[in-house]
Design a protein around this ligand. Structure first.
Ligand SMILES: [Zn+2]
Length: 126
């Protein structure tokens, strides 16, 4: 897998990933968390934000199962599942899902270290 392109707004998120921490921006005015990282709050427009760590436990919001490899290099990875996971405060994240997708299935974060970046996946827990 190729590493993500990291801009200034997302630097804290990816640095957190390397330490197996999920770091989200939180608005200092309205208190809402957001992802992807961006220069100002999408809810109230306040510039900036504070980095806050969340534990990454949430529930499956939706998912797709990929059956056809996008490139020959991924042929040994199919089928795999990509899920949108909703955290308790409403932030939604996307990542590969370990286990079977089901509505509202509880998940825990799994950190997968690659050479120069860390990928966030989610695992269905009971
Ligand atoms: Zn705000």
């Amino acid at each position: 897998m190729s590493s993500p392109r990291v801009d200034d707004d997302a630097r804290s998120f990816w640095a957190g990933m390397r330490e197996h921490k999920i770091v989200l921006q939180q608005c200092e005015a309205c208190g809402r968390r957001r992802l992807p990282p961006m220069p100002s709050c999408p809810f109230c427009g306040t510039p900036g934000g504070t980095d806050t760590e969340v534990d990454g436990h949430g529930k499956v919001y939706s998912w797709v199962v990929v059956h056809r490899a996008l490139t020959p290099a991924q042929e040994d990875e199919v089928p795999y599942t990509v899920a949108t996971v909703e955290l308790p405060d409403g932030v939604r994240m996307v990542g590969r899902l370990i286990g079977e997708g089901a509505p509202d299935a509880p998940v825990a974060p799994v950190f997968v270290d690659h050479d120069d970046w860390t990928e966030l996946r989610f695992e269905v827990i009971s």
